[in-house]
Write a protein that binds this ligand. Structure first.
Ligand SMILES: [Zn+2]
Length: 138
């Protein structure tokens, strides 16, 4: 018997009753199970959840606008803030000219706001991922 332990793979137990066996890093664990990365993994999951919820909220607002208020217009690509603002100006103008009811306008404004939330979250996530990448490279 040798007193040198040979690490053949990540020792994290799996749900199936075995062990992970992925190639370990210098910590002895694989990248997915490295204890020092637990916090980063948790943050990744929580950001992913937020993004999924923001997408759902936006899809729901859009379908409600169509179903309840008969607002069935082609929404512009709301992928940047300037376009959102220009769009809001046209919504306000259409309320003034009575082409839209205030309620229809409110629901369009709500959709734009949700789009902005989603955009903000996506940017946050990109930034956080970039920072983590840099952190890992250090
Ligand atoms: Zn593992």
């Amino acid at each position: 018997m040798s007193d040198v332990e040979v690490i053949t793979g990540c020792p994290t137990p799996t749900r199936g009753g075995g062990v992970c066996k992925m190639r370990p890093t210098s910590s002895g664990y694989c990248l997915n199970h490295e204890p020092s990365r637990a916090e980063a993994r948790q943050a990744e999951r929580s950001r992913g959840g937020k993004l999924a919820r923001a997408r759902q909220a936006l899809a729901k607002a859009k379908s409600e606008a169509i179903a309840k208020l008969g607002v069935d217009e082609e929404l512009p690509d709301l992928a940047d803030v300037e376009r959102c603002q220009r769009y809001l100006v046209t919504v306000a103008q259409r309320v003034e000219s009575r082409a839209l009811s205030p309620m229809q306008a409110n629901s369009l404004v709500g959709i734009v706001k949700l789009s902005k939330d989603l955009l903000g979250l996506q940017l946050d996530i990109k930034l956080a991922e970039r920072l983590e990448e840099l952190e890992r490279q250090r």
